[in-house]
Design a protein around this ligand. Structure first.
Ligand code: DGL
Length: 266
């Protein structure tokens, strides 16, 4: 059986590339819901419907384990999928989000952490609650960055500078010592963000966190790891072949990818 990786669009490809580099032996299926991206400004009910349908589709493709490589879906849909959808439909299969691993990786040295995320992720305040569960003394300051995902999905990286500057400004002013890139699209902007944030602020990027956390999960769950096939197969699926999508995907993944167009009921 395979490992499925899901994102609302193409941003999750950065995470997928890092996961494949770390654990190349397994078979992977990537699904980007390019027909419905962005999720970041949608209601929790809609994000749940979209994410549930996508996850269902991945399980039908023989995935044993699915990573929701989307903070918005991890914030707004993961718990309900785990508690209501999985036991009824796919007992024995697993679904993992990206928020708790990111919070665990933050460490307790941070006094004041800034979260950059989609409007949905920020509004859900899930980073606040998860961080304060583990590190009660860490202050959390969030900044929604709704324009970044559309920019990235539309090949508009060259315009990101000024927008990023204004999103980072309140976090810098508040004196954060760490910033979590709380959206899987943002690691592609990591170098720009590091430059704008300055040397004193540590940037926590999920492409550096998720692969190690998955490796650790598979080490601790031999019963899952042993059921995963190891033929190094990679399948890339999208729900729409948007304008520029090939170019954008190439930028995010670091090389050209062949995609298959898929359709499923939402
Ligand atoms: N990569 C998704 C996330 O992590 C993007 C959300 C969106 O589609 O707006 O939140």
């Amino acid at each position: 059986m395979k490992i499925g990786i899901f994102d609302s669009g193409l941003g999750g490809l950065v995470i997928t590339k890092a996961v494949i580099n770390r654990l190349p032996q397994y078979d992977y299926v990537y699904l980007g819901d390019t027909k419905r991206v962005p999720y970041g400004n949608r209601s929790p009910e809609t994000v749940y419907e979209f994410a549930k349908a996508a996850v269902n589709f991945l399980f039908q493709q023989d995935c044993l384990l699915v990573i929701l490589a989307c903070n918005t879906a991890s914030a707004l849909a993961l718990r309900k999928i785990q508690q209501e959808f999985m036991p009824k439909n796919y007992p024995g299969r697993r679904i993992l989000g990206v928020i708790i691993p990111t919070v665990e990786a933050l460490g307790e040295q941070s006094r004041k952490v800034g979260i950059l995320g989609t409007a949905g992720t920020v509004k859900a305040k899930i980073y606040n609650s998860e961080i304060n569960k583990i590190y009660p003394n860490t202050k959390v300051i969030s900044q929604a960055a709704p324009l970044l995902v559309p920019l990235i999905e539309n090949n508009g990286l060259k315009w990101a500078g000024g927008i990023l500057e204004s999103y980072l400004e309140p976090l810098k002013k508040a004196g954060v010592d760490n910033i979590i890139l709380g959206c899987t699209h943002y690691p592609i902007l990591k170098t720009k963000i590091k430059k704008l944030a300055g040397k004193k602020i540590k940037i926590n990027s999920q492409d550096e966190i998720v692969p190690e956390k998955l490796a650790d999960y598979l080490r601790r769950h031999a019963e899952i790891a042993e059921k995963l096939s190891r033929r190094k197969r990679r399948l890339f699926l999208v729900t729409d072949k948007n304008t520029n999508f090939n170019e954008v995907a190439g930028q995010l993944f670091g090389k050209k990818i062949k995609f298959k167009l898929v359709n499923y009921k939402v």
